[in-house]
Design a protein around this ligand. Structure first.
Ligand code: SF4
Ligand code: SF4
Length: 455
């Protein structure tokens, strides 16, 4: 957290109506109040008042499972937000001096809210599936993020990437020239494997079926992951293109809680598609990037896109397999294999069956985690997006480590960059003795060229 962002008196002193501290607090309350007005919809309002204290949500939260700390039960996390809203932002109650006296608006209260919203919840949404009242704690804590973002209370890891995106168009500060040069280099590197001397990779091609948006970290640091995607498109005979205007599937502003910033980032991708008149947008493995483009942007705009729903590359691969456009050599990789469902792609994104179809084609030893699919546990990797939180991330990943160990799998496959990083760290910390693989890599390395439709 940026200490310079503190807007109020650190001495926890009662608000001095005459002093500068009171004026500062007033400003803070106003800014947060505006965020409440903008983000508090009827659904969230209903949820805030519906908890019947049954405790069923406790075991669905990987934080509580890892620690047994009752403060980390979803209901107790959102009750913090509820209390602050009731005391300081309720149109009537916030004017009752006896309430304000017992619950002062001070630094402690903001720190508590910050911890609940950014550190103690990955917005994974699992608790919503167990709550008989339909309460989605992730939505409520997202409101808390919006309130904090309105006063600039953000984890450091969420500030710089967004600022950089606004300056240069991607969060890693890559130039367009860098990107084009890298793609041209990929083409040279791949020509032998593809078997074409002048193999080229389309950039800014008009009217392509698919505009593919890569993860910029892959472009910069893990080029083979982008090459795997290109290889699959080529073998499937896909009419695809990259864009030199937008090559960043990530949207850190979503995690900030600031939907206006989220939208500014998403708009660049929409502009890239519009300029190229591509029919579809497909995204590299990135959980929250997918969630934003598949669900959040249309909600924000209040109307559906004029083009088909945005897809993650896994959905394309599944279609290629079903259409016989690619075939895989089963068991190219030794198993057993299991699949980790990234929360924002599976539970909160709706993509559950496609990766399983692919796993069935990849291996004879696919074994599911328990629970699986929409009810799979969060790995805790979302914390990496909000900063790093090193040890906290590892501690809160305990449940995922247990799930993986129980499968007996040697390979954990997933479809999100953050999840891969987190599970690799869990592998070391909990000595799981596994390999962690991107589903795109396994498919590309298992392609059977004899039955592929070459583009
Ligand atoms: S959304 Fe996920 S991390 Fe947050 S409280 Fe619910 S189960 Fe826990
Ligand atoms: S499951 Fe729902 S109703 Fe029960 S304690 Fe949790 S949030 Fe409240």
């Amino acid at each position: 957290m940026n200490p310079n962002n503190s807007h109020i008196d650190r001495n926890d002193s009662a608000i001095d109506p005459q002093g500068a501290a009171a004026a500062e607090t007033g400003r803070t309350l106003k800014q947060m109040g505006r965020a409440v007005k903008k983000n508090l919809n009827r659904q969230v309002q209903f949820m805030l008042n519906s908890c019947v204290n049954c405790g069923l949500c406790a075991e669905s939260c990987h934080y509580y499972c890892a620690t047994g700390d009752s403060d980390l039960i979803p209901a107790n996390k959102f009750k913090k937000v509820h209390k602050i809203l009731q005391t300081h932002f309720h149109p009537l109650k916030s004017r009752l001096p006896f309430l304000l006296k017992t619950d002062k608006f001070n630094e402690h209260l903001l720190t508590d809210l910050y911890k609940a919203a950014y550190e103690n919840c990955t917005l994974c949404g699992k608790c919503a599936l167990t709550c008989p009242m339909g309460i989605n704690t992730a939505e409520i804590l997202y409101l808390a993020r919006a309130m904090l973002a309105a006063i600039g209370r953000l984890p450091s890891g969420l500030e710089k990437p967004v600022e950089t995106f606004f300056k240069v168009g991607n969060y890693l500060d890559l130039t367009t020239a860098d990107f084009i040069e890298t793609i041209e280099w990929f083409a040279e590197e791949m020509s032998d494997e593809i078997g074409e001397e002048n193999f080229s990779i389309p950039i800014d091609k008009k009217n392509a079926e698919v505009l593919y948006i890569p993860h910029p970290l892959e472009v910069r640091d893990l080029p083979f992951l982008v090459m795997y995607a290109i290889k699959i498109f080529h073998f499937a005979g896909e009419d695809y293109t990259f864009s030199s205007h937008d090559f960043d599937t990530v949207n850190y502003a979503y995690y900030q809680g600031c939907k206006d910033n989220m939208m500014r980032i998403a708009q660049r991708m929409l502009d890239a598609r519009e300029n190229l008149q591509a029919k579809h947008i497909a995204l590299a493995p990135c959980g929250h990037g997918y969630r934003v483009m598949r669900w959040e942007v249309e909600k924000y705009l209040g109307k559906p896109f004029t083009f088909p729903p945005v897809q993650t590359i896994v959905e394309l691969i599944d279609r290629y397999l079903r259409q016989g456009r690619i075939k895989l050599k089963k068991d190219t990789f030794a198993g057993p294999m299991t699949y980790h469902d990234p929360c924002n792609i599976a539970r909160r994104g709706g993509v559950l069956q496609a990766p399983r179809n692919i796993l069935q084609a990849l291996t004879s030893t696919f074994v599911e985690m328990q629970p699986r699919g929409a009810r799979n546990y969060c790995c805790g990797g979302g914390l990496a997006s909000t900063g790093d939180y090193g040890q906290l991330r590892i501690t809160m990943g305990k449940k995922k480590a247990e799930q993986i160990r129980q499968t007996g799998a040697k390979v954990v496959v997933t479809n999100c960059f953050n999840c891969m990083t987190q599970i690799r760290d869990l592998n070391k910390a909990y000595e799981l003795n596994i390999e962690v693989k991107s589903i795109v890599e396994l498919v590309a390395e298992s392609l059977n060229p004899n039955v592929a439709t070459l583009g």
